[in-house]
Unconditional design. Structure first.
Length: 128
Protein backbone atom coordinates (compact mmCIF):
# COMPACT_ATOMS: atom_id res chain seq x y z
CA UNK A 1 0.00 0.00 0.00
CA UNK A 2 1.26 3.47 -0.88
CA UNK A 3 2.26 5.71 1.97
CA UNK A 4 0.89 9.22 2.25
CA UNK A 5 3.48 12.01 2.14
CA UNK A 6 2.93 15.60 3.25
CA UNK A 7 4.12 18.22 0.74
CA UNK A 8 5.38 21.58 2.00
CA UNK A 9 6.79 24.62 0.20
CA UNK A 10 8.72 27.71 1.23
CA UNK A 11 6.34 30.06 -0.59
CA UNK A 12 3.50 29.53 1.88
CA UNK A 13 2.36 27.38 4.77
CA UNK A 14 -1.00 26.92 6.43
CA UNK A 15 -1.45 28.27 9.95
CA UNK A 16 -3.20 25.04 10.96
CA UNK A 17 -1.37 21.70 11.16
CA UNK A 18 -2.07 20.70 7.56
CA UNK A 19 0.32 20.40 4.62
CA UNK A 20 0.19 22.40 1.40
CA UNK A 21 -0.63 19.14 -0.39
CA UNK A 22 -0.66 15.42 0.21
CA UNK A 23 0.67 12.72 -2.08
CA UNK A 24 -0.31 9.07 -2.03
CA UNK A 25 1.28 7.09 -4.82
CA UNK A 26 0.84 9.10 -8.01
CA UNK A 27 -2.12 11.11 -6.64
CA UNK A 28 -1.36 14.65 -5.42
CA UNK A 29 -4.10 16.78 -3.91
CA UNK A 30 -3.66 20.23 -2.46
CA UNK A 31 -5.43 21.97 0.33
CA UNK A 32 -6.61 25.51 -0.30
CA UNK A 33 -3.91 27.53 -2.05
CA UNK A 34 -3.89 31.14 -0.82
CA UNK A 35 -3.18 34.22 -2.92
CA UNK A 36 -0.53 35.55 -0.50
CA UNK A 37 2.74 36.98 -1.74
CA UNK A 38 5.41 34.25 -1.56
CA UNK A 39 6.95 33.85 1.88
CA UNK A 40 4.50 36.25 3.55
CA UNK A 41 0.87 36.50 4.53
CA UNK A 42 0.52 39.76 2.57
CA UNK A 43 -2.32 39.83 0.09
CA UNK A 44 -2.00 41.96 -3.05
CA UNK A 45 -4.74 44.48 -3.76
CA UNK A 46 -5.19 43.55 -7.43
CA UNK A 47 -6.93 40.37 -8.58
CA UNK A 48 -4.31 39.84 -11.31
CA UNK A 49 -1.54 39.76 -8.70
CA UNK A 50 -3.48 37.34 -6.52
CA UNK A 51 -3.97 35.03 -9.53
CA UNK A 52 -0.24 35.21 -10.32
CA UNK A 53 0.54 34.20 -6.73
CA UNK A 54 -1.71 31.16 -7.01
CA UNK A 55 0.22 29.94 -10.02
CA UNK A 56 3.54 30.47 -8.18
CA UNK A 57 2.30 28.42 -5.22
CA UNK A 58 0.88 25.64 -7.42
CA UNK A 59 4.17 25.41 -9.31
CA UNK A 60 6.13 25.22 -6.06
CA UNK A 61 3.87 22.50 -4.67
CA UNK A 62 4.16 20.49 -7.89
CA UNK A 63 7.95 20.78 -7.79
CA UNK A 64 8.09 19.80 -4.10
CA UNK A 65 6.07 16.69 -4.95
CA UNK A 66 8.40 15.75 -7.80
CA UNK A 67 6.10 16.89 -10.60
CA UNK A 68 5.38 19.74 -12.94
CA UNK A 69 2.58 21.48 -14.78
CA UNK A 70 2.17 18.53 -17.14
CA UNK A 71 0.88 16.48 -14.19
CA UNK A 72 -2.06 18.73 -13.30
CA UNK A 73 -5.44 17.04 -13.79
CA UNK A 74 -7.76 19.75 -12.46
CA UNK A 75 -7.68 23.15 -10.79
CA UNK A 76 -10.71 24.59 -9.04
CA UNK A 77 -10.71 28.34 -8.43
CA UNK A 78 -12.89 30.01 -5.79
CA UNK A 79 -13.40 33.68 -6.65
CA UNK A 80 -15.70 36.46 -5.52
CA UNK A 81 -15.84 38.19 -8.91
CA UNK A 82 -17.06 36.66 -12.20
CA UNK A 83 -14.31 38.62 -13.99
CA UNK A 84 -11.79 36.29 -12.33
CA UNK A 85 -12.26 33.82 -15.18
CA UNK A 86 -10.73 36.29 -17.62
CA UNK A 87 -7.93 37.15 -15.19
CA UNK A 88 -7.00 33.45 -14.89
CA UNK A 89 -6.83 32.89 -18.66
CA UNK A 90 -3.39 34.46 -19.40
CA UNK A 91 -1.61 32.31 -16.79
CA UNK A 92 -3.71 29.31 -17.79
CA UNK A 93 -2.68 29.54 -21.43
CA UNK A 94 0.94 30.19 -20.45
CA UNK A 95 1.11 27.05 -18.29
CA UNK A 96 -1.07 24.94 -20.61
CA UNK A 97 -0.43 26.21 -24.16
CA UNK A 98 -1.63 23.04 -25.91
CA UNK A 99 -5.41 23.34 -26.27
CA UNK A 100 -5.56 19.57 -26.86
CA UNK A 101 -3.88 18.80 -23.53
CA UNK A 102 -5.24 21.09 -20.82
CA UNK A 103 -6.43 20.00 -17.40
CA UNK A 104 -10.01 20.39 -16.27
CA UNK A 105 -10.86 23.72 -14.67
CA UNK A 106 -13.76 25.08 -12.68
CA UNK A 107 -14.24 28.57 -11.31
CA UNK A 108 -16.77 28.77 -8.50
CA UNK A 109 -18.02 32.30 -7.89
CA UNK A 110 -18.87 33.11 -4.29
CA UNK A 111 -20.86 36.14 -3.23
CA UNK A 112 -18.93 37.12 -0.12
CA UNK A 113 -17.00 39.96 -1.78
CA UNK A 114 -14.24 39.69 0.82
CA UNK A 115 -10.54 39.04 0.71
CA UNK A 116 -8.80 37.14 -0.65
CA UNK A 117 -10.48 37.69 -4.00
CA UNK A 118 -9.42 34.24 -5.19
CA UNK A 119 -8.07 30.92 -3.90
CA UNK A 120 -7.81 27.49 -5.49
CA UNK A 121 -7.04 23.84 -5.01
CA UNK A 122 -5.66 21.32 -7.48
CA UNK A 123 -5.25 17.65 -8.26
CA UNK A 124 -2.28 16.12 -10.07
CA UNK A 125 -1.16 12.64 -11.11
CA UNK A 126 2.60 12.11 -10.90
CA UNK A 127 3.79 8.66 -11.94
CA UNK A 128 7.26 7.41 -11.15
Amino acid sequence: MAQRKSIETSSFAHENPIPVASRMGPLLMSGVIPAFDAGTRNLPEKLEDQVANLFVHIGNALEAAGGGWEHVVKITFFANDPEARGKINPSWVEKFPDADSRPARHTQITKDGGRPMITCDFTAWIEG
